[in-house]
Write a protein that binds this ligand. Sequence first.
Ligand SMILES: Cc1cc2nc3c(=O)[nH]c(=O)nc-3n(C[C@H](O)[C@H](O)[C@H](O)COP(=O)(O)OP(=O)(O)OC[C@H]3O[C@@H](n4cnc5c(N)ncnc54)[C@H](O)[C@@H]3O)c2cc1C
Ligand code: SF4
Length: 338
Amino acid sequence: MNNFDYSRASDLADAIRLLTADPGAKLIAGGTNLIDLMKENVERPSRLIDISHLPLRDIDETTGGGLRIGALVPNSDLAYHPLIEQRYPLLASAILAGASAQLRNMASVGGNLMQRTRCSYFYDTTTPCNKRSPGTGCSAIDGLNRNHAILGTSKSCIATNPSDMSVALAALGALVLIAGPSGQRTIALADFHRLPDDKPHLDTNLGSGEIITAIELPPQGFARNFSYLKIRDRLSYAFALVSVAAALELEGNAISAARLALGGVAHKPWRSLEAEAALQGKAATPDHFGHAADLLLQGATAQSHNGFKIELARRAIVRTLMQAASATPQSQAHKKIA
Ligand SMILES: Cc1cc2nc3c(=O)[nH]c(=O)nc-3n(C[C@H](O)[C@H](O)[C@H](O)COP(=O)(O)OP(=O)(O)OC[C@H]3O[C@@H](n4cnc5c(N)ncnc54)[C@H](O)[C@@H]3O)c2cc1C
Ligand code: SF4
């Protein structure tokens, strides 16, 4: 690990000021991703700006009937909050599919959105990686790429975004609230993470000096018909090969609204409005779910070792939608794929 300076931000304005003053500085919240990356010499911040004690830990109802979740709310507190369990169980389920209880106790909402890819070459400083060192090349394209992306890839990078929480937030239509040197702004979660294009070192559209302050959930929570299915090599403590967040509003067996997002397949949570629109007004049947899966996976391209992911994703989408339709969501407590 390299030497670095440390500052404890006294308030949000102080954190923005410190971050803007030093382009090499990094915020630290729970530290569960950043410290690992610093130990591996992947991240070498000149200064750590500790925001962990700032008052960004509240979960409040908004005037519009939604919820505002502070950026420093620990993942566990969010998953087990009564308003999340009752109104947004899809989000609770996605969070509980991630990491371990100990990590979820430390990990913050903002940090989860900002965590970096788990591409093994990104962690290995002896190999070329455009995300870690822009312009050096991508070791995964001709290397071991079983876990890598099948959608939205570029010639510069085929990494996936590892966050489970972000997949549910994308499906739920969440907003990211941001504060920075130019004031406050809001980005839809679906537009927060970037595709790699020729700048894979940029994971998100967060500008320099900007800080996530909160996430806002719209009123519609899909509390009855939802499921989060995470397919992984081990049923514990592993990142997704493919994950699916599905939410439906049903009138009888007819779908009046549908939400669908994938994790583990792209540089960002993958959502298709076309696939969701195709389900609207249709009966909740495997055929219609299969059609939506085809639309969601349009343009999917295999790398040398991950062709299996395309069929895996298709089957996972249909299964998750069936679980949502029958109100039998995937259990994260028993880790059983029913
Ligand atoms: C063994 C292991 C297994 C894991 N498994 C999973 C999993 O299955 N699914 C999953 O989703 N996650 C998983 N995680 C990742 C874990 O969820 C993240 O490490 C955690 O959410 C990061 O939150 P943090 O508060 O600790 O962030 P930190 O490590 O403190 O920060 C991470 C990054 O976010 C930035 N940051 C933090 N807060 C803000 C903010 N408010 N605004 C702007 N930038 C900010 C930091 O500068 C840093 O770059 C796993 C982690 C480990 C170590
Ligand atoms: S896929 Fe992206 S993160 Fe992985 S080696 Fe290539 S450039 Fe680096």
